[in-house]
Design a protein around this ligand. Structure first.
Ligand SMILES: NC(=O)c1ccc[n+]([C@@H]2O[C@H](COP(=O)([O-])OP(=O)(O)OC[C@H]3O[C@@H](n4cnc5c(N)ncnc54)[C@H](OP(=O)(O)O)[C@@H]3O)[C@@H](O)[C@H]2O)c1
Length: 276
């Protein structure tokens, strides 16, 4: 699978499973654990999680799914903005490591910008990096202005920015994505199916039938054709976990890409970064 080199030298795979909404309901937990286990069995090379998801329970599910495996995937987690102080970031990271039963988070992100000074959060990230508790660090939900500020503070080490980006929300293509590409910084596209809303669009359904794949696979395959983009669809259903991985096998012709552009136009002007 394609991957991007990060500042530490490790590689970020282009595809993984998301875990938002996991861990929120005790009744769903077994189902969610099975879905993450299934992703690992199928060879998903990346898991995206956060201390926020299920208030730590999603990370516990990830930990259970990882237990006893020889190979582990690339792991991404995120610190809450209100924990992102110098000491708070380190403590939050240690709690996340413990919940997942691992020694190192490969990519640790600031979940969104809050009230703590960015310089303070980056100082903590650098400390964690030096201690080997994280491999790389980055941000999430940062629009261009925030990224420019980050670039002045981060010693060139911000590895990625995770943002809302999918066929029906192409705003980042106007300025954020080109800025990141210029710096060889991969963009992690979250909610690639717009949390399922995209899948009901008739244009997507029609084009998926033409390609011979499912609407979800088409939406994911489109993201994977965008240079410098990683994506992390979430599913708690084993069949869909498998279906989504199938997007990697889908090839899109120029004609299909042009039709997708017609149905889901590129942004013609700056749009403020949307956030879910
Ligand atoms: N950094 C941030 O602020 C941020 C924000 C949002 C998301 N994220 C990350 O990005 C990941 C993905 O985003 P997301 O969870 O918001 O939305 P998403 O991946 O776009 O969509 C997930 C929804 O789509 C359904 N689904 C998945 N595959 C499907 C398929 N093949 N056919 C039909 N329905 C399908 C899932 O239902 P089932 O589970 O029932 O299958 C779930 O309801 C998150 O889990 C999280 O890790 C990060």
């Amino acid at each position: 699978m394609r991957s991007f080199q990060l500042p530490s030298g490790t590689r970020l795979p282009v595809f993984g499973i998301g875990t938002w909404r996991m861990g929120e309901s005790a009744r769903q937990r077994r189902h969610e654990l099975e879905a993450v286990r299934c992703a690992l069995d199928l060879g998903y090379p990346l898991i995206d999680t956060a201390e926020m998801y299920g208030e730590g329970v999603a990370e516990e599910i990830v930990g259970k799914a990882l237990a006893g495996r020889r190979r582990r995937p690339f792991l991404v987690s995120k610190v809450y903005p209100h924990n992102a102080t110098r000491g708070g970031t380190v403590a939050a990271c240690e709690r996340s490591l413990k919940r997942m039963g691992i020694e190192r988070i490969d990519l640790y992100l600031l979940h969104w910008r809050g009230g703590v000074r960015l310089a303070e959060t980056f100082e903590a990230f650098l400390r964690l990096r030096e201690a080997g508790k994280i491999g790389d660090f980055g941000v999430s939900n940062f629009d261009l202005g925030d990224m420019e500020e980050a670039a002045r503070l981060d010693k060139g080490l911000t590895a990625s920015n995770q943002v809302l980006y999918c066929l029906s929300r192409r705003g980042p293509e106007f300025d954020l994505l080109p800025w990141m590409r210029q710096r060889s910084m991969p963009l992690m596209a979250y909610s690639p199916l717009d949390q399922g809303r995209l899948l009901g669009k008739s244009a997507l359904k029609k084009l998926a039938a033409e390609v011979g794949c499912t609407p979800a696979q088409l939406a994911l395959a489109w993201l994977l054709t965008q240079p410098g983009v990683v994506t992390i669809p979430k599913s708690s259903t084993r069949e869909r976990v498998k279906e989504n991985l199938g997007a990697l096998e889908v090839t899109l012709s120029r004609d299909i890409l042009a039709e997708l552009d017609r149905a889901f136009p590129r942004p013609a002007t700056k749009q403020s970064l949307a956030m879910l």
